[in-house]
Design a protein around this ligand. Structure first.
Ligand SMILES: Nc1ncnc2c1ncn2[C@@H]1O[C@H](COP(=O)(O)OP(=O)(O)OP(=O)(O)O)[C@@H](O)[C@H]1O
Ligand SMILES: [Mg+2]
Length: 456
């Protein structure tokens, strides 16, 4: 908490001077303004309380009062009225002045009034901050998903948000929403008015990352031409998100552990400890336990981070969420591209539901973006998501074994499976195989499948 700032507005220099003497003796910072225009300019820059003369050369004091009230009603304004005029006093109180003091005033009384005004100001701000917290509280709403896995996740995030000091580790495959979860945690915690700063640990070489995190003193190393504050200093009161923590070098891991344990840090080359009033959220898509076993990640840091672990479930384990996410992103991209797509047809949805989503929500988001952008029709269908299949299968799951394969048997097997999954519907079975109707018909004939199976 710094000194409270009092703005003293009066066109008489002697009055400003005597008020300044007294208020500075009380430990306040005093700013002076000689007329209304100057007063409003000072007010805009931020003050805690105002002593305002009723009669001024340029703008009427009452009007200045009203403009200040319009700009920030939380800042108390004490009117200084000539000769203790009762009418003026009543007038100004009705216009929203906090109090009034009659000239010539008793400096003790003025000092007391200012003290009360400051206290009122503080309370008003507190009430406002409390209200704001209550209004914005459930901001996990930005995380789409209502599958059991996601319901559980949201409950966990809700609970963690309420312990705004503890360190959190978010794990999960790429694209599962680790970033999003970290931001939601910050936004639902009491730190939400503080900064949210993120850094990707793999993006910088070790020494740069260190000075980025902790800052440095002038001359700490060759390029340190001036003192620089690091993220831990900028984020005070807020949250730091350390992404890809698994990529952090062993020596930085040790330094981070020290910060987490002592709740303080030093700038590189610095000698003072700075209190780290910061929540650290770390994320990784590698298995840190495995990294600990291999010796690339410190065990002690792992246990320090893993006290509160949030595991983002892969999309394939979120029952029903593919449809919800599709609806969400469809609407989002229609708005973004100014398009009118009503929905996704049955075959399209069937295909999306069966896609394994190795890239999780990010992959789904990209798929919807591309489909909405490219389509000319009102409904998206399987053909609009054809590209998903092409990017998916070959190369990974279906690598050709060294001894070769019986391609004919494999092909027949897949056609049979597709027909079974599509309930005999040839068009849908073709979609599942990335073929058109003629191509699957040809194979049904070739393998003699039509005799054994109903056709769709
Ligand atoms: N549940 C969700 N609801 C809405 N959007 C989501 C959800 N999950 C992820 N997204 C969106 O998907 C994209 C990828 O999510 P995010 O960047 O959070 O993933 P990540 O886990 O951090 O991935 P990586 O490991 O690759 O960094 C983002 O655009 C994000 O907004
Ligand atoms: Mg991420």
């Amino acid at each position: 908490m710094g000194k409270a700032t009092i703005l003293v507005v009066d066109d008489e220099r002697l009055i400003r001077w005597s008020l300044r003497q007294r208020l500075e003796a009380e430990g306040y910072e005093v700013i002076e303004a000689a007329d209304g225009t100057e007063a409003l300019a000072c007010f805009t820059r931020g003050v805690d309380t105002v002593l305002l003369d009723y009669r001024m050369p340029d703008i009427d004091g009452l009007e200045v009062l009203q403009r200040m009230r319009a700009e920030d009603p939380d800042v108390p304004v004490v009117m200084l009225t000539a000769h203790g005029s009762i009418e003026h006093a009543v007038f100004t109180m009705q216009a929203g002045a906090f109090h009034y003091a009659g000239k010539p005033f008793n400096l003790d009384e003025v000092a007391l009034t200012v003290k009360n005004a400051l206290e009122t100001n503080r309370l008003r701000r507190e009430v406002r901050a409390l209200k704001a917290t209550r209004e914005q509280a459930p901001s996990l709403a930005g995380i789409v998903g209502n599958s059991p896995a996601m319901q559980q996740l949201k409950r966990l995030l809700q609970r963690i948000a309420q312990s705004p000091g503890s360190t959190v580790l978010i794990t999960g495959e790429s694209g599962t929403g680790k970033d999003l979860a970290a931001r939601a945690l910050h936004a639902t915690s009491t730190r939400k008015d503080g900064p949210f700063l993120n850094i990707t640990c793999s993006a910088l070489p070790e020494n740069l990352l260190e000075s980025e995190l902790f800052g440095h003193e002038r001359g700490a190393f060759t390029d340190a031409k001036s003192r620089k504050q690091g993220l831990f200093e900028h984020a005070i009161g807020g949250t730091i998100f350390l992404d890809e923590i698994g990529e952090m070098s062993p020596s930085l891991q040790a330094k981070l552990l020290r910060v987490l344990e002592s709740k303080s840090f030093r700038r590189v080359g610095g000698a003072v400890d700075i209190r780290a009033d910061v929540r650290v959220i770390a994320a990784t898509n590698v298995d840190l336990r495995e990294a600990v076993r291999k010796g690339t990640f410190r065990e002690d840091l792992y246990y320090r981070l893993a006290v509160l672990t949030v595991e983002m479930p892969p999309l394939r384990e979120r029952e029903g969420d593919v449809e919800r996410l599709c609806a969400f992103f469809l609407q989002h991209f229609c708005k973004e591209f100014g398009k009118q797509v009503r929905g996704i047809d049955r075959d399209g949805l069937l295909m999306l539901r069966h896609h394994p989503w190795p890239g999780n929500v990010r992959e789904l988001r990209n798929a919807l973006e591309r489909a909405v952008l490219l389509t000319d029709s009102e409904m998206l269908g399987a053909s609009d998501f054809e590209f998903l299949r092409r990017g998916n299968a070959p190369g990974t799951a279906f690598r050709l074994p060294a001894e070769g394969i019986d391609f004919r048997a494999l092909e027949q097997d897949f056609v049979e499976q597709a027909l079974a999954r599509a309930g005999g519907n040839q068009t849908r079975a073709a979609t599942l195989l990335g073929m058109n109707r003629d191509q699957i018909r040809y194979r049904i004939e070739k393998f003699g499948l039509s005799r054994r199976r109903s056709t769709g």
